[in-house]
Write a protein that binds this ligand. Sequence first.
Ligand SMILES: [Ca+2]
Length: 302
Amino acid sequence: MTKPWAMPPKLSVISQYLQHLNGRMRGEIKELGRLTAFLDIMNNKRLDTFFQPILQLSSGRTIGHEVLNRPPGSVHFPTTEHFYEFAGRTEQMFRFEQDCRRLSLSRYVERLPKAGAESERLVFINVHPGVLNDARHKSGETLGLLQELGLSPERIVFELTERQAVQDYVGFEKVLSHYREQGFRIAVDDAGSGYNSLKTLVYLKPEFIKLDKSLIHGIQGNREQQELLELVREYAERSPTRVIAEGIETAGELQFLQQAGIEFGQGYALGRPVHRPVHGSFPSDIIKVPVRGGYKHVSSDR
Ligand SMILES: [Ca+2]
């Protein structure tokens, strides 16, 4: 009987090293492919822009829209999250954010159904906190752009994402107050999805808290989610912060949030992201909603 051949130890190390190099090279090639695709999307303005309505839950009035920029489908970025995660890692992040802001605001104005009639509505745009903090960033640029477009800074709400990027809360609060002095407002995005949320809320004192969809999904049947919601609502009541529940997808979730006294909401049940900033509306089976302090009639004529 012959013994199976065993690779001498030295050769085995070389073989492992070559495998490692091969894996690394494939990784690098993939990364290069992603960068090329990213630059193509950025330079050729291939992001698609959507607007999702945000409603006052007691009245059904549309108070504003979140602007969402989505990349075209590609093998390099299977989801929008993959795309933004990659964008956050590149050297181009700063320029990318600036381009996105210009795109968001100019398309908002271009696609408004009737200019002037919507002059009260807010425009929520997603911003990487690192960009506001970046020395290259001049708030005057955004102000100039707004002036060009005929929008006042009071209508703009910066939604801050990726809270991990904020380390120096006191310093960052100073940066934010500079923007606030110019009229801009701040929303903390995806609140309730990460460990930093509480700290972010207390230090940054945002004008809006956007509750993460994981906290809203099926809330009418989950005691823990309800308790968290109550904590945030109580906090909001004692401060100037206002609450927006994100990811409302069913009439049951909507009714629960209305009864709990949550002021604003966003989600498929109220309006999907579409190419124009149009009004949202309640699902047709909800026309009369019980709210804290009694019943309130809500017009379904919208
Ligand atoms: Ca957002």
